[in-house]
Design a binder for this molecule. Structure first.
Ligand code: NCD
Ligand code: ZN
Length: 344
């Protein structure tokens, strides 16, 4: 039985750090484990251009603990008003590597997202020629589409067309949750997906059966077990198209345990530990390093990291709460002990 192993330091290719006081909590958790992270731009005032992205990057660096050389990688939020010139400007900075497509209304702070994807063509053209990646929240927002079907409908309605029209554009289907998403990624070149710990660990029963569990609520919503099994297979397959993206998305405890609770699971306190548990259960610990530390960097065209982390088999339990500015933050999977611990 493996009780300790060392891997190249991983990167988190999908992360929400928030802003202001929250950065004092969020950045430290991620910097302990990861060398780099793709920082999502869905702030209350979204990061819609290079200038805002670089200012946000500086605020993150100001909150990075002493001695850490954590590197935030920035993303521009696409709106109906994004211009090809915005893309050109963003691509000039080595710190900005992608743009994020949120269909308007799909998730937290997405009201300024894109309302008409067909009109995005000149922007996607510019991204393709300037080498910025397209990161997609792949869910339709139509109220008449069932929430469990929204990813699949988005892929059918929009993603195949984008893929066909911009063959060289690198696309990451973020937080893939369905068999259809995995199939789309497998079928197409220049296409990859991030996979979260919550979608690999849990199915929709873990959200809804025997009581509603708001800390397991995120978007895209947890799906049925057949989908989870497909995600597990993709993550542990050794395919370079699938890599780590936690989608750690902190919301204060009261905002999740509410009449209308926010979507998002906070996983950054134990991200690599959760993935280690998943891969161990599948007898695939030997596939963890590629998934966590190599394939994302390769897809983004960035160098692999040089340093390492060591994980030790040891049970520990996350606290009920972390402090989060004036508020508290409830960690994901708090109720059961974790099996791996990162060596500090
Ligand atoms: C994210 C958030 O809270 O910013 N929430 C979530 O449920 N995943 C947004 C997102 O990635 O959809
Ligand atoms: Zn997210």
């Amino acid at each position: 039985m493996t009780t300790q192993f060392t891997i190249t330091r991983p990167d988190d290719w999908h992360l929400h750090l928030r802003d202001g006081d929250a950065l004092n909590t969020t950045v430290a958790f991620t910097a302990q484990q990861f060398q780099r992270a793709i920082v999502m731009p869905n702030l209350a005032q979204p990061i819609i251009n290079a200038e805002l992205a670089l200012a946000y990057r500086q605020r993150i660096l100001n909150s990075t603990p002493d001695g850490s050389n954590f590197q935030p990688l920035m993303v521009v939020y696409l709106t109906d008003n994004t211009s090809p010139d915005d893309i050109k400007q963003a691509s000039k900075s080595e710190h900005i590597v992608a743009a994020k497509l949120y269909p308007a209304g799909a998730t937290t702070n997405s009201s300024n997202g894109v309302t008409d994807i067909d009109r995005l063509a000149p922007v996607l053209e510019a991204m393709q020629s300037h080498g910025l990646l397209l990161l997609v929240h792949a869910e339709v927002t139509d109220s008449d589409v069932d929430i469990f079907d929204r990813e699949q409908v988005f892929i059918d309605k929009h993603l195949y067309a984008i893929r066909r029209d911009f063959p060289k554009l690198r696309i990451v289907l973020e937080h893939a949750t369905t068999q259809q998403a995995i199939q789309f990624v497998e079928e197409n070149d220049n296409t990859a997906a991030t996979l979260t710990p919550q979608h690999l660990l849990f199915n929709r029963n873990d959200l809804l059966a025997g009581g509603i569990r708001p800390h397991n609520y995120c978007l895209p919503i947890l799906k049925r077990e057949t989908h989870r099994k497909t995600l597990i297979k993709a993550a542990t397959s050794g395919s370079p198209k699938f890599f780590l993206g936690t989608d750690s998305a902190p919301h204060a405890t009261h905002a999740k345990e509410s009449l209308c609770g926010c979507a998002g699971c906070f996983t950054a306190h134990a991200a690599i530990e959760l993935y280690a548990e998943i891969f161990e259960t599948e007898n695939a610990l030997d596939k963890l390093e590629g998934f966590s530390s190599f394939y994302g960097a390769d897809f983004y065209g960035l160098p692999r990291n040089n340093s390492t982390i060591t994980l030790i088999k040891k049970q520990w339990q996350a606290p009920s709460y972390y402090s989060f500015g004036e508020q508290t933050l409830t960690p994901f999977r708090q109720e059961t002990p974790l099996n791996w611990e990162i060596q500090r």
